[in-house]
Design a binder for this molecule. Structure first.
Ligand SMILES: *Cc1c(COP(=O)(O)O)cnc(C)c1O
Length: 393
């Protein structure tokens, strides 16, 4: 079915569906590493790009392709590239767009390893980098050099919930010939479409909202234009970070309920945020849906909802935060986010432990910051769980 002009939910259910010879209602798992050619000439033509046909699963596979097509449609891009993990998506994009003597500007508050792989590995190949608060356009402007080729933005940023204006950041970058890449993991295409806001490449850790069931690690990259798509696919195929068919099947199944999962989770997140904001033991809270969030208006303009991740600090700092984390029973003390289950974690010692303390402080990732990902359990149970744990602080 052609879903190009259909609504978002119709796309979630039907986009990318692969019609097999048996009329299978769901795209089957093509659990195969390789595909037979009709004859020697067909094989040669497939490799030369003159004939359609699957060759080898690292290069392409119908189950993976169905998921990639669905994601490309949901993000309004030319094509999607599914990867083994979110980090394989990040690394494939860096690999495709960076090189010796090139410079990248990156949000200082990003998923820890997205920054650490630049500092630890890409620096060894002569890539230059500057980490700034991308929500401040003047900082982007000041960081631009003659050799800047990539502006890498995470918005809302992990874990500070800082929001970058994607329209304005893209305009500024494009005036200077810079490619704009956005990590859209915290919003998913249900809440935000960076390619529609002027960005060139969008990527996701599908481990989070897209799959949504905490049983898969995976990633996906979507490029707006064909040339960029081909460049990134080439790097992914040579780097070898492809998704596998079984992983693609499960992720595509999870994707179908994205809208209803996020709707439920963000409704609850608003109530949890309001509860926490009023609690006497809470020092500060950052949730884009609260009027107190410094970029609440921008979030309203740029996103179609506020998602379900909340960052906050307790008056007793990290000591109090640890008491809270050790006393919640419903929320699982674990990294990751965007799943059906509520999760709580401590970025400074967990997801962002790979960053230096100075880098964390500069990015406002304080030792007292606790991150809560609101799931789809009954919200009164989530709040009751927090309430009894906060009483022990
Ligand atoms: C989790 C995460 C990643 C990394 O994804 P993996 O699937 O764990 O490799 C990248 N960006 C953001 C914002 C994330 O939350």
């Amino acid at each position: 079915m052609d879903t190009k002009n259909k609504g978002f939910n119709t796309k979630l259910i039907h986009a990318g569906a692969y019609e097999d010879v048996f009329g299978s209602a769901v795209t089957p798992i093509y659990q195969t590493s390789t595909f037979s050619f009709k004859n020697a000439q067909h094989g040669a033509d497939c490799f030369a790009g003159k004939s359609d046909g699957y060759i080898y699963t690292r290069i392409g596979n119908p189950t993976i392709n169905a998921f990639e097509k669905a994601m490309a449609e949901l993000e309004n891009g030319f094509g999607g590239v599914a990867t083994s993990s979110g980090m394989a998506a990040v690394s494939s994009v860096y690999m495709a767009l960076l090189g010796a003597g090139k410079h990248i500007i990156c949000s200082s508050s990003v998923y820890g390893p997205s920054r650490s792989v630049l500092e630890r590995d890409f620096s060894r190949f002569g890539v230059e980098m500057t980490f700034i608060d991308t929500s401040d356009l003047s900082q982007i402007e000041n960081a631009i050099q003659d050799n800047t080729s990539v502006l890498y933005i995470e918005t809302p940023a992990n874990p500070t919930m800082v929001i970058t204006d994607l329209v304005k950041a893209s305009e500024l970058a494009h005036k200077n010939g810079i490619t704009v890449v956005v990590d859209n993991t915290f919003s998913s295409p249900y809440l935000q479409n960076p390619l529609d806001l002027g960005c060139d490449v969008v990527l996701h850790s599908v481990t989070k909202f897209i799959n949504g069931h905490a049983d898969i690690v995976g990633g996906v990259i979507i490029a707006k234009e064909e040339e960029m798509y081909k460049k990134i696919r080439g790097s992914m195929v040579y780097l070898g970070g492809n998704m596998d068919p079984h992983q693609a099947f499960l992720t595509h199944r999870g994707l179908k309920t994205l809208s209803i999962r996020i709707e439920k989770a963000q409704q609850s997140a608003m109530l949890v945020a309001e509860y926490l904001e009023k609690h006497p033991k809470i020092d500060w809270i950052k949730y884009p849906g609260l009027k107190s969030h410094p970029q609440h208006e921008l979030a309203k303009k740029q996103m179609r909802g506020f998602s379900s991740i909340i960052s906050f600090g307790l008056k007793g700092g990290i000591k109090a935060g640890k008491v809270l984390m050790d006393n919640v029973h419903l929320a699982i003390l674990a990294v990751s986010l965007g799943g059906v289950e509520s999760l709580i974690q401590h970025p400074a010692s967990m997801t962002h432990a790979s960053m230096s303390k100075e880098a964390r402080e500069a990015a406002d990732i304080t030792d007292g910051l606790v991150r809560y990902s609101v799931g789809i359990e009954n919200v009164e149970d989530i709040i009751e769980d927090l309430d009894q744990a906060l009483a022990k602080v």
